[in-house]
Design a binder for this molecule. Structure first.
Ligand code: HEM
Length: 232
């Protein structure tokens, strides 16, 4: 009987792994698919690099003409040295961020990963997981699945990066993209939108890195992809 052939199967943690972990008796088990596919890891690290370069150089550009006179970023934590240098960094990283972001979004949607990884998502689930996290009772046992707070945070930062790019485009090519400029409420408001979107991203990065520090195994999976052992 075929069923007898499968007498010694490895423990199956998720439905996704079924195809790769069911092995006939006596045969070496096939490796499970990585928690994060290689394209996701590569695009994540390129995105992190480009986004941080843009943020630090953007702060130097902002200081040359602050949108909010009371808010000035200490030059020591900015990148570029002076306005011209910061603009060079900002524009160089911009191309990387945009093209890498397009690759991330297209591969995520086409592979179906985007919908399976981030949905379903409900306000109730976010509140439940947030409450559990605040009580220190949120499980990190299965790194294959994001909790509802993570899902929301990642979706927000992806949307935020899109707003950052579009508002940046409205500032940079304000004459060439009049519709975009007007959608932002004009040139000056586009600068405010750009600054606020940067603030959202900066807040995300601080919380994101703190969360990764609390669950260091998640960093390893974002580096080497992860294996069955990382889920437990
Ligand atoms: C430089 C420091 C960073 C570190 C150490 C880091 C680390 C990580 C890790 C470990 C994960 C996987 C979390 C898990 O599996 O539980 C992750 C996911 C993610 N990170 Fe970061 N990250 C960094 C910067 C950034 C930045 C700057 C952004 C965006 C502005 C970002 C956006 C994301 C997003 C959107 C995901 C989810 C990706 C997906 O599954 O599609 N990260 N990060």
């Amino acid at each position: 009987m075929i069923v007898d052939e499968f007498t010694r199967i490895r423990r199956i943690d998720t439905v996704n792994d079924m195809a790769t972990t069911l092995t006939p008796a006596g045969e070496a088990p096939q490796p499970a698919s990585p928690i994060h596919p290689v394209w996701l890891r590569v695009t994540h690290w390129i995105n992190a690099f480009a986004a941080l370069i843009m943020m630090f150089s953007g702060w130097r550009i902002y200081d040359a003409s602050p949108v909010f006179p009371d808010i000035v970023i200490p030059t020591s934590i900015t990148l570029g040295g002076w306005l011209g240098g910061a603009l060079q960094w900002h524009f160089a990283a911009m191309w990387l961020l945009v093209f890498n972001g397009i690759v991330y979004l297209v591969l995520n949607v086409v592979s179906g990963r985007f919908f399976s990884k981030f949905f379903p998502l409900s306000p109730r689930a976010v509140l439940r997981d947030l409450a559990a996290a605040l009580k220190g009772k949120l499980s990190h046992a299965d790194l294959r699945q994001y909790n509802a707070v993570q899902k929301l945070a990642y979706l927000v930062v992806v949307a935020d990066l899109i707003v950052l790019v579009l508002s940046g485009l409205a500032i940079w090519k304000s004459v060439q993209f009049p519709l975009l400029r007007e959608l932002m409420g004009g040139y000056d408001r586009a600068r405010v939108v750009h600054f606020l979107a940067m603030a959202v991203m900066a807040a995300f990065v601080v919380v994101h890195i703190a969360m990764v520090a609390l669950v260091p195994r998640s960093l390893l999976t974002m580096l080497h992809g992860g294996s069955k052992g990382d889920e437990k």
